[in-house]
Design a protein around this ligand. Structure first.
Ligand code: PQ2
Ligand code: NAD
Length: 191
């Protein structure tokens, strides 16, 4: 059974430390910014890929140097993506004591949280986890769901928001009406 607890984070309220500026670091930073363009991220690496340098901004700070313990100060989340496994283990030992949630690329056992595969259509977002079993299956499911979810889902969400704000009455009445209105939204496969 998958025991991971899913949440959706407001990264513009948090400060993420990313260590590593190579391929994996770039993948993680791209995922952070694709989902949360206003995320506050500090990236520390002895070397940065040029693509990574292009992502720098007033909210995404790049420091070209080796990791220092002070980098952990005032951070809310840590993502480790270097090629130095001993460094990852040492940092994890410290972040665990600090209760600073940490993700270590390619080392599920050291992770407090995993990044998910993400389906995005306007305001709709679906995060997929395979419990670390197969990121490739997560990717395939993302592709499938992106394909089958209608492109007009945003219109549906916008309409429902207007209706939701307009409906009067007590809470139960409101919930009943919204359930009725959306009854035919998903066409179940015939048995
Ligand atoms: C969702 C996604 C987000 C992201 O991180 O970008 C993600 N991996 C993605 C892709 C991907 N990663 C890898 C491949 C190559 C094929 C393969 O190895 O299987 C592919 C496929 C590809 O790129 O096509 C390599 C890999 N990944 C991990 C290991 C270590 C291990 O499993 O032991 C290794 C072996 C490294 C090695 O060989 O050394 C571990 C993790 N990867 C996770 C997330 C977490 C579990 C998520 C879940 O529960 O499903 C977890 C546990 C930790 C974490 O990283 O947070 C993203 C999908 C993006 C999309 O939607 O397109
Ligand atoms: N590239 C992939 O798709 C891939 C796939 C599977 C596994 N991996 C593994 O993941 C790890 C990272 O891969 P990569 O391709 O991003 O490597 P990379 O060599 O491109 O990048 C490593 C990064 O770590 C930084 N770094 C190393 N020591 C540091 C330190 N002390 N302080 C700060 N920064 C430091 C380097 O400056 C560089 O930016 C490797 O161990 C690799 O074997 C990578």
């Amino acid at each position: 059974m998958n025991q991971l607890f899913p949440v959706f984070l407001k990264l513009e309220h948090l400060h993420v430390l990313l260590v590593g500026g190579g391929n994996v670091g770039l993948e993680k930073l791209t995922a952070l910014l694709a989902n949360s363009p206003e995320a506050r991220v500090t990236v520390v690496a002895t070397y940065f890929l040029p693509e990574m340098q292009q992502l720098a901004s007033d909210r995404v700070l790049l420091h070209e140097r080796a990791f220092q313990w002070e980098d952990l100060d005032e951070k809310d989340l840590v993502i480790l993506a270097t090629d130095d496994r001993a460094l990852h283990a040492a940092i994890c030992e410290k972040t665990r004591r600090m209760r600073l949630l940490t993700n270590v690329a390619d080392t599920p056992d050291l992770c407090d949280f995993y990044l998910s595969s993400v389906v995005r259509k306007g305001d709709l977002k679906i995060a997929i986890s395979t419990n670390g079993k197969s990121p490739t299956v997560a990717k395939r499911l993302r592709e499938f769901l992106t394909d089958v979810i209608p492109d007009n889902i945003q219109d549906i969400l916008d309409n429902l928001t207007v209706i939701r704000n307009r409906i009067q009455g007590d809470f139960k009445e409101k919930v009943d009406q919204l359930n009725k209105l959306t009854e035919g939204l998903i066409h179940k496969k015939p048995e």
